[in-house]
Design a protein. Structure first.
Ligand SMILES: CC(=O)N[C@H](C=O)[C@@H](O)[C@H](O)[C@H](O)CO
Ligand SMILES: CC(=O)C(=O)O
Length: 302
């Protein structure tokens, strides 16, 4: 059941390529795999998450994309994780039943009217989904700013394998480094703890993260790999420089000043990789011409 190679290092949260008329475009996924592996040194992907507009895709589209990543990534990628969180339990279960997916990851949008205490409701939900794929490693996707699920992950992990035998780890996309550090301290041998706030990955490495999932590893993978190596060699100065690398600053700059989001990520990735990612799907609007010009000028200048 467990993968022979423990997941570590960078995981790119993939963008969903689309045609100009808004259909998913699986024909460029092979090229995308090669770009990540060869140009960025990134050999793991997280498919159909926030960056991949997972919740704007139909179940059928999500299956096609997941299958494309699994088949095109065969013998090239080390790990393909499929996000299966949807707004309804039946849709999530339908995705989970696709047995070819090697790893599953679930986010849950919590309805605050649920009467069970949050952690009980969450575990019940995860258990229900995970039991649909009893041989597939299962991750919990913790992203409270988007889901509203404000639990302490450390408490979730206590005793979780008794309830979910396939439980493998957490994608931790929150700035609460105290909770993350406590998860690492107790569970680093047992679970894979992936950090998900790219801008503060170095701080997460300090408290013991062994890997990271994020949108920026699509086009900044190489820089971040330098940071991981520098950190492993205890070259803190170089690691610090990498965390505030000009390209990374550009992303932060874009985020703050230019209205950064998935639409903008698509433009930056198109520019960086030469693979056309296309427009985002409504309700996201295509990035403005002004953004594209400014971002491309910045990218060129570094
Ligand atoms: C909200 C969101 O999408 N977070 C991503 C991962 O979970 C990150 O990879 C961010 O995209 C990244 O840190 C840039 O802000
Ligand atoms: C960034 C991330 O992990 C996601 O796309 O969900």
């Amino acid at each position: 059941m467990a993968s022979p190679k423990k997941l570590q290092g960078l995981v790119a949260a993939t963008i969903t390529p689309m045609t100009s008329d808004g259909k998913i475009n699986c024909s460029v996924i092979e090229q995308y795999v090669d770009y990540l592996v060869i140009n960025q040194g990134v050999k793991n992907v997280f498919v159909n998450g926030t960056t991949g507009e997972g919740l704007s895709l139909s179940t059928e589209e999500r299956k096609q994309l997941a299958e494309a990543w699994v088949t095109k990534g065969k013998d090239k990628l080390d790990h393909v994780i499929i996000h299966v969180g949807a707004l309804s339990l039946p849709e999530t279960k339908e995705l989970v039943r696709e047995r070819i997916f090697p790893f599953l990851c679930l986010s849950i949008k919590y309805d605050c009217l649920l009467s069970l205490p949050l952690s009980d409701a969450l575990v019940a939900f995860l258990q229900e989904v995970a039991s649909e794929a009893p041989d597939t490693p299962f991750y919990y996707y913790h992203i409270p700013p988007l889901t509203g699920v404000k639990i302490r992950v450390e408490e979730l992990l206590d005793g979780i394998t008794e309830q979910i035998p396939t439980f493998q780890g957490v994608k931790f996309s929150d700035t609460d480094l105290l909770d993350f550090a406590q998860c690492v301290n107790k569970y680093q041998e047992k679970f894979v703890l992936l950090y998900g706030v790219d801008e503060q990955l170095l701080s997460a490495l300090v408290v013991g993260a062994s890997g990271a999932v994020g949108s920026t590893y699509n086009y900044l993978g190489k820089q971040y790999n330098v940071m991981l190596e520098a950190f492993a060699k205890q070259d803190l100065e170089l690691a610090q420089q990498c965390q505030v690398h000009p390209l990374h600053l550009l992303i932060i700059f874009s985020f703050v000043c230019l209205g950064f989001g998935v639409a903008q990520i698509k433009e930056v990735m198109t520019f960086a990789s030469g693979i056309v990612m296309g427009p985002p799907r409504l309700p996201l609007l295509r990035a403005s011409q002004d953004f594209i010009e400014k971002a491309n000028a910045k990218l060129k200048s570094v």
